[in-house]
Ligand binder design. Structure first.
Ligand SMILES: Cc1ncc(COP(=O)(O)O)c(C=O)c1O
Length: 462
């Protein structure tokens, strides 16, 4: 086990005339003694054959993947590498528009031609539903030259797409499927969760260990069901990941995999089940999903999406109350909902505190007319250029009010979840400017990558 090896080595008395520069001398609280570099016996992330490969073997077994790669640069690094490994420049790719911005960055870097699929919102919400296999099939027929489909499942809100239907549709069209499963690393560990994407036929999936499992931030896995893709994935990982991977992160990832392999999820699932059962008695606040509803759309029960639709509270205000009055920090707050992320490490006390808080807040909120701020795209912006073409142009930064009709040179998004409203190369409409202003009034932080919003936006100068 890597942690044991690191500890043994730290005690061995070998003097380090090598990186890292702290020479295993603690200069703070962190375990510098265990922070090594690639010295003999400690394997090499970019060509793993020893203890790091053992971690990947364990991941392959747990996720039932043909090949797993350990990532120390989050799902982000895995997504960049996977998109580059699975495409050639100017390839056409079908992309669910509700993907994380790392997918858009990959499209930009790899100079691809994106064709967007915009999922419908779940009825009465501003939360995207899953990818509809039938509509995706139609899109693939319209674009027989497409090479890759990229989608996010589960989404930040826990909405899952039916990969077992989608994968055969892609493959029938000769197209490969990449699933951003960053929020689904826990799926293999109980039947109560949806089935992992690679087990449903996805060619490649990326999972963030750190998001929903007990693993250090930045640890993730790149998984493939196709051994032929593996060498190119390995090559591209060397492009996007550090040449000095952290042994602390890698041993943390190993600890995580060992833990979930040997730990029962039963107690966690009982806590979740109790929480959903109690939540049925809420009058005004609601949980978006109910595991007993038959799971339509399919979703991850580990995500507690608490909605404020039809009340005088915004999601932001609910998160504020939870923070200030109940000392509960949630993962994300939007105009109309809050996401409380749970994991196998949550305690009974934690669930109980959240339940008591919601019960009290629910009794105090009043009904109100739903407000109009639509936090997600309901129509695709007009695309003038592909993102990868945009570096050819000079840009200027103009007041937002004057940007109508111009071509954006920047991403505009709310973070979290980081799904872009505008991608470089898309036309800024007057409605988009109104939407940005309305969202900001509803307390949603809408940003541009160059941080010019809310005053201004960077557009093509022509
Ligand atoms: C859907 C989705 N994909 C990918 C990522 C990037 O993951 P990581 O933070 O592990 O790089 C995120 C991060 O929030 C995300 O929400």
């Amino acid at each position: 086990m890597l942690t044991d090896e690191l500890k043994r080595y730290a005690k061995s008395g070998v003097y380090p005339f090598h990186m890292p520069g702290h020479k295993r001398q603690p200069i703070g609280e962190l375990p510098y003694q265990l922070d090594l570099t690639e010295i003999p016996g400690f394997d090499y992330l970019h060509d793993p054959q020893g203890c790091i490969r053992d971690i990947e073997h364990r991941a392959e077994r747990l996720y039932q993947a043909e090949r797993a790669f350990l990532l120390i640069n989050g799902a982000t690094g895995g997504i960049l590498a996977a998109v580059r490994a699975m495409t050639r420049p100017r390839d056409k790719v079908i992309v669910a528009r509700n993907c994380h911005r790392s997918v858009f960055h990959a499209i930009e870097l790899c100079d691809l031609e994106p064709v967007y699929y915009l999922p419908d919102p779940i009825d009465g919400t501003d939360i995207y539903g899953g990818v509809n296999p039938f509509l995706l099939d139609m899109l693939l027929r319209e674009h027989p030259d497409a090479k890759l489909v990229i989608l996010t499942s589960p989404t930040y809100e826990g909405v899952v797409s039916e990969i077992k239907w989608i994968a055969p549709i892609c493959h029938r069209s000769g197209v490969r499927l990449l699933v951003d499963e960053a929020h689904g690393a826990h799926f293999p560990f109980s039947e109560a969760f949806p089935k992992p994407a690679v087990q449903c036929g996805a060619d490649v999936a990326v999972v963030s260990l750190h998001k929903t499992l007990p693993a250090p931030t930045q640890t993730a896995l790149l998984l493939t069901s196709d051994p032929k893709t593996a060498p190119e994935l390995q090559r591209q990982l060397a492009v996007f990941e550090s040449a000095s991977p952290s042994y602390l992160l890698m041993s943390g990832a190993e600890d995580c995999l060992r833990y979930v392999e040997n730990h029962s999820f039963k107690e966690y699932l009982t806590l979740l089940h109790d929480f959903y059962r109690r939540a049925k008695s809420l009058q005004r606040l609601h949980l978006l999903f109910d595991p007993e509803s038959g799971g339509t759309p399919p979703f991850d029960p580990g995500k507690l999406v608490i909605t404020t639709y039809g009340t005088d509270l915004t999601g932001k205000a609910l998160a504020g109350l939870l923070r200030e009055r109940w000392r509960i920090e949630t993962e994300m707050a939007s105009a109309h909902y809050v996401i409380a992320m749970t994991s196998v490490c949550d305690t009974k006390e934690g669930f109980h505190r959240l339940w008591r808080a919601l019960k009290e807040i629910d009794a105090a909120v009043r009904c109100a007319e739903p407000d109009a701020a639509q936090a997600i795209l309901t129509a695709l912006p007009e695309k003038r250029f592909d993102p990868g073409e945009m570096r050819r142009f000079e840009t200027e930064t103009v007041p937002l009010a004057q940007a109508a009709g111009a071509v954006s040179a920047d991403y505009v998004y709310a973070y979290p979840p980081g799904i872009p409203y505008l991608v470089p190369g898309e036309v800024v409409s007057a409605e988009m400017i109104d939407r940005i202003n309305a969202l900001r009034e509803a307390g949603v932080e809408v940003l541009s990558t160059r941080k010019t919003l809310p005053e201004a936006l960077t557009v093509i100068d022509w």
